[in-house]
Design a protein around this ligand. Structure first.
Ligand SMILES: Nc1ncnc2c1ncn2[C@@H]1O[C@H](COP(=O)(O)OP(=O)(O)O)[C@@H](O)[C@H]1O
Ligand SMILES: [Mg+2]
Length: 236
């Protein structure tokens, strides 16, 4: 059963419409990758689902509840987690403080448990607990961003280009972490990616978004085997 269903979403900034009727869904525990050229509206779709921008038309259902117009904090309470592409950590706070901020809605004990879980999931963060987030490497910073989002124990984790700007080896580690998160928490995950190859490798399904509209969707393995799509969106 789909836990998230976004149906025919029209959304944008001010009066400027960027998404012209986009639909997607996520089954419980699935990993789904959304690919597409720069400017297609991928980040905009996540912001619309999360409640950061106005939805002009369409409907978003979460476990069959209409949540289209809920605020981001209301969506977090229902189990939404979101890691934006930029600014997903506070550089001047320590790793531990970043995690505490991520759990501030959960109370002190739950936060402490969450931090221990995060340190088990990302040992490198445990080693750097007292370091300022701004001194972390790009890959570590991305892991901290994800660990922070996990503090509220989301059932839906949305990741905006988790591998952006990372060296190929580091990018691979980030996708291994994402797979690890998935196995250990069972959370559903939506990943937006430019470098879609690794992302599709760990996904159940994928969507191609072009100019604010659905272009194509299929099982991830089929997308990876599709020559036309590979040539157009996965660098051949
Ligand atoms: N804050 C914003 N205000 C106005 N327009 C924006 C804003 N953010 C993105 N856009 C526009 O929305 C379109 C889609 O952008 P985006 O969703 O970031 O694409 P993608 O993530 O697929 O690269 C682009 O034309 C971009 O210029
Ligand atoms: Mg984007």
């Amino acid at each position: 059963m789909a836990i998230l269903e976004a149906e025919n979403i029209f959304a944008g900034y001010g009066k400027s419409e960027i998404l012209h009727g986009v639909s997607m869904h996520l089954e419980e525990g699935e990993i789904v990758t959304i690919i597409g050229p720069n400017g297609a509206g991928k980040s905009t779709l996540l912001k619309a689902i999360m409640g950061y921008i106005s939805i002009f038309n369409g409907i978003i259902l979460w476990k069959a509840e209409d949540i289209t117009y809920l605020r981001p904090d209301q969506k977090v309470r229902r189990g939404f987690g979101y890691v934006p592409q930029l600014g997903n950590v506070f550089p001047s706070l320590s790793v531990r403080e970043n995690l505490e901020m991520g759990g501030f809605t959960a109370g002190k004990e739950a936060t402490e448990r969450g931090i221990q879980k995060a340190f088990e999931l990302f040992p490198v963060l445990a080693e750097s607990a007292k370091k300022k987030a701004g001194t972390l490497s790009g890959g570590q910073r991305q892991m901290l961003g994800m660990a922070r989002a996990l503090m509220t124990e989301p059932q839906l984790l949305m990741l905006d280009e988790p591998s952006a700007g990372l060296a190929p080896k580091v990018s691979e580690q980030v996708f291994e972490s994402i797979q690890d998160i998935h196995e250990k928490t069972g959370t559903g995950i939506i990943i937006i990616e430019q470098d879609a190859y690794h992302s599709l490798r760990i996904s159940n399904r994928g969507y191609v978004l072009v100019m604010g509209q659905n272009e194509f969707e299929d099982r991830a393995d089929k997308i990876l085997a599709n020559e036309k799509i590979r040539e157009a969106y996965l660098g051949g």
